[in-house]
Design a protein. Structure first.
Length: 391
């Protein structure tokens, strides 16, 4: 018997990672084999590479609406988050309180919980059934002991966007430092840090069609931050280590492309997301939307299918080449239901059957329509087999 033909992937897991844009790949290609100099070297061969890193810094700053000197290149979003949190606490050793939320990415939550083990006070703000915060709870917790408030810009599982500008203003008024993990937001929604009270912001290249292995930490001018990586003068002494030149140049180009694609993200991608979501909610039994309907990233939908297992749904979708997720890629090895959905109060019978679809500007209507065609039958079949469906 001949092996079955490979199925062309329908990639709807862009919140986990994105494809490198063709334009990005072409821009970085020479910096692997031809222009391989160290950007810190004094000679011309290294200097031309250093000039390209400088251009990348300017491109990132243009997307974020900040000064190039406020951009620190890192290895990933996780490093940026760790640097922001631990670097702030080191800069304010007499303050021992951190405020975050129950729905943060593990790159923030794991750090905060480890710090709690070391004697810090950590407050995790609750969210409601739609994944939204009550800012009155934040106001009540802010005090003179608070060193840092770290709250994500947009949730990686549900796409829910928090009122970050208002949060940053309140934190600033109370004299604490504010950090936001904006890994999922940058490149999808406009951000202008020049008009913001945000002190620190993290982003990751591979979430906006740049390579893996490069990130950014924005540090507002005047913000106190102790370096997390020591050993060299790179990044003006704020992050030691030889720069990942191809990754940095690729991120710069990706930021250029993202700035030009905001209309595509917020019209074309959103329209496809809505087409997928509306049809699945109509045609799939036991479907429920997770997250507030309007204040979400334009590319993300999270739907629970009651009384079925998310892993079984993904396995059956995979037969048709459909790549989706049951939550964050950083926690997909766990059999526990999503901590985000549990914090939102999603019923246990639905939390285990949640699927996140995250689109990109490369997603087509034909791909969306195939999911709409195949998934209802998959859900019906699994519900018939489920011992938990009320008979």
């Amino acid at each position: 018997m001949e092996p079955s033909k490979p199925v062309k992937p329908i990639y709807l897991d862009n919140n986990a990672t994105t494809r490198v844009a063709d334009e990005v790949f072409e821009e970085i290609r020479p910096y692997f084999c031809e222009l391989y100099g160290n950007p810190s070297s004094m000679h011309l061969f290294g200097g031309q590479v250093g000039a390209k890193v400088k251009q990348a810094r300017e491109r990132v700053a243009a997307l974020l609406g900040c000064r190039p000197g406020e951009v620190i290149f890192t290895g990933c979003g996780t490093e940026s988050d760790n640097t922001a949190i631990q670097g702030t606490l080191a800069a304010y050793p007499n303050r021992r309180k951190i405020i975050t939320t129950r729905v943060e990415h593990p790159a923030v939550l794991a750090v905060c919980r480890e710090l709690e083990n070391r004697g810090y006070t950590v407050v995790e703000l609750a969210v409601d059934r739609e994944g939204q915060l009550d800012l009155a709870e934040l106001d009540a917790e802010l005090d003179e002991e608070t060193a840092l408030v770290t709250i994500m810009y947009a949730n990686n599982e549900t796409g829910v966007i928090f009122p970050i500008e208002e949060i940053a203003r309140r934190v600033s008024e109370r004299g604490s430092v504010f950090h936001t993990d904006a890994v999922q937001a940058v490149g999808k929604i406009p951000i202008n840090l020049a008009e913001s009270e945000i002190d620190l912001l993290s982003l990751s290249g591979h979430k906006l069609h740049a390579p893996k292995g490069v990130g950014v930490l924005y540090v507002r001018k005047g913000t106190r931050l102790t370096p997390f990586m020591l050993g060299g003068h790179q990044e003006h002494g704020r992050r030691a280590g030889t720069e990942n030149v191809p990754g940095i140049i690729g991120l710069g180009k990706a930021c250029d492309l993202a700035q030009a694609a905001f209309d595509v993200e917020n019209k074309q991608v959103k329209a496809l997301r809505d087409r997928l979501e509306t049809n699945l909610m109509i045609h799939c039994q036991g479907a429920m939307l997770n997250g507030v309907k309007d204040k979400r990233l334009p590319n993300t939908t999270n739907i629970s299918f009651e009384f079925v297992e998310g892993e079984a749904i993904l396995l059956m979708l995979n037969q048709f080449g459909v790549c989706a997720s049951s939550g964050s890629a950083c926690t997909s090895g766990s059999l526990e239901p999503s901590h985000v959905l549990r914090a939102m109060g999603v019923p246990f019978t639905a939390a285990h059957g949640s699927i996140r679809f995250s689109l990109s500007r490369y997603t087509t209507q034909e791909e969306v329509d195939l999911v709409v065609e195949k998934l209802p039958a998959i859900i019906n079949r699994l519900r018939v087999l489920s011992p938990f469906v009320p008979k």
